[in-house]
Design a protein. Structure first.
Length: 116
């Protein structure tokens, strides 16, 4: 049974840094691309960053140079290091797994609020 659980969300001031974590279980973690999405009320979830099991990385243009995705395949963990946070980064952040064939899983989300 696949399970994803995010943590690390907080209320921070603009310019601050924050690291989100996602622990995964129930599937061969190192074989799959892991993704971070974010969502604001009334909007669709949007891809923030992705990292394949082999280390290929993709970022949304809005977070390039500020966010860093990483993973530890020995711990089944994926991380999102966020720096120079802006009010527009305020969102609920979700960890995501896509296994193909329409099979997709989400964590419960973790709230990041950037406000002065």
């Amino acid at each position: 049974q696949v399970h994803l659980a995010e943590s690390g969300g907080d209320v921070v001031q603009p310019g601050a840094s924050l690291t989100l974590s996602c622990v995964a279980s129930g599937f061969p973690f190192s074989r799959y691309t892991m993704r971070w999405y974010r969502q604001t009320p009334g909007d669709q979830r949007k891809l923030v960053a992705a990292m394949s099991g082999g280390g290929a990385i993709q970022y949304a243009n809005s977070v390039k140079s500020r966010f860093t995705i990483s993973r530890d395949n020995t711990k089944n963990m994926v991380y999102l290091q966020m720096s120079d946070l802006k009010p527009e980064d305020t969102a609920t952040y979700y960890c995501n797994l896509q296994r193909g064939g329409g099979e997709e899983y989400w964590g419960q989300g973790t709230q990041v609020t950037v406000s002065s």
